[in-house]
Design a protein around this ligand. Structure first.
Ligand code: DAH
Length: 347
């Protein structure tokens, strides 16, 4: 068992060398010196065969234990050296101030929306919500716009095949359950009136979808705000007063509004609202068309189960992008959706 006498000194020198390795490359080298194919320890192991048969199990056990010890020492030193390599070479001053992250801010459309909501809250309006994926009934039929109504062409829209709906899509004009991306927020009027008895005083803001090509003033997706007021003895005067109040809150006290006769199938009479202010003048115009509105059509009240002999009301809808463009002097609607921080930072 002579070579076993060499084992302990070899182990001690290997452990010392592994500990002394000053970096990972030196460690690999030391590993090779002892445990590599031609290493000193490997050479010793090869002598196992020269022992008498009955001595081999005991010797094998010692050798294996030694090998395990060396491998443990190797792994331990390796993780020490890896940690050392990962630490900064230069001393770190932990008292230095941190790096400032630039703070984000609200999107201009969100800012305008928040201001609109604030203005309406002042006069007692609540905010209502409705789905972006609507059905034809809420988007058109209940708003007195049946399938053969020409007004539907103006809002030619995105219909959706809903998997698993009980009524399949049909083209016969009676498909009240056909789903579509809502073309306006007016659908929320219907949803609110179906859910609660009058009086009603709500606004609703959200995304709408049209099959429009994008250009400086159009985008297939944009945002609208809808307003609905139902009570007894409501007049066009109430509508005009409300609109004037809100636009003054939003755009400054020099705002003027004017109503022009128009047509919407869910209001009678109907108007378009033009507005004028110093901001509009800056854009080189006297008046800008900004919204549609009118007195709620008796048929709409019938459709939601309100008695049109008792209740009266007004409704309006306008585009939020339009307001933001005037307010901030933005000349291309597409800028709102590009997520370019250089643009967004300005508001
Ligand atoms: N829904 C109309 C549109 O998208 C806007 C509108 C007009 C809403 C008249 C109304 C209204 O509530 O009474 O162009």
């Amino acid at each position: 068992m002579s070579f076993l006498n060499d084992l302990e000194p070899l182990k001690q020198s290997a452990l010392a060398d592994l500990k002394a390795a000053s970096d990972l490359a030196a460690l690999e080298q030391t590993k090779g010196t002892y445990l590599g194919a031609n290493g000193k320890f490997t050479a010793l192991m090869k002598q196992l065969g020269t022992l008498a048969k009955e001595d081999r199990p005991a010797a094998g056990k010692i050798i294996n234990q030694t090998k395990a010890d060396l491998e443990n020492a190797l792994a331990e030193r390796r993780s020490e050296l890896e940690l050392k390599a990962a630490l900064p070479k230069e001393p770190t001053d932990f008292t230095l101030p941190g790096r400032l992250r630039s703070l984000g801010k609200l999107h201009p459309l969100t800012q305008v929306s928040d201001d609109i909501v604030r203005a309406f809250r002042k006069i007692g309006f609540a905010v209502a919500d409705g789905p972006e994926i609507e059905d034809e009934f809420h988007c058109f039929d209940a708003l007195n716009t049946p399938a053969d109504h020409p007004a539907r062409d103006l809002q030619d829209t995105f219909y959706i095949n809903m998997l698993g709906t009980s009524r399949p899509n049909s083209t016969d004009g009676t498909s009240a359950a056909r789903s579509l991306l809502r073309t306006h927020t007016s659908s929320v009027q219907i949803r609110v009136m179906q859910k609660q008895p009058p009086p009603v005083r709500i606004i609703s803001l959200g995304r709408v979808f049209r099959r429009d090509n994008a250009d400086a003033t159009h985008n297939p997706t944009f945002h609208q705000i809808e307003g609905l007021y139902v009570d007894k003895n409501v007049t066009v005067g109430d509508l005009k007063g409300t609109v004037e109040f809100v636009f003054k809150e939003l755009m400054g006290s020099d705002v003027k509004v004017r109503f022009r006769p128009h047509y919407f199938s869910y209001t009678e009479p109907s108007f378009e609202i033009d507005f004028s202010s110093s901001l509009v003048k800056k854009m080189g115009k006297d008046w800008l068309e900004i919204a549609g509105c009118g007195m709620v059509h008796p048929q709409v009240f019938e459709n939601v189960g309100y008695d049109p002999e008792v209740w009266s009301g007004w409704a309006f809808g306008f585009g939020i992008e339009r307001i933001a463009m005037i307010r901030y002097g933005i000349n291309d609607i597409r800028l709102f959706y590009e997520n370019d921080v250089r643009f967004l930072k300005q508001f």
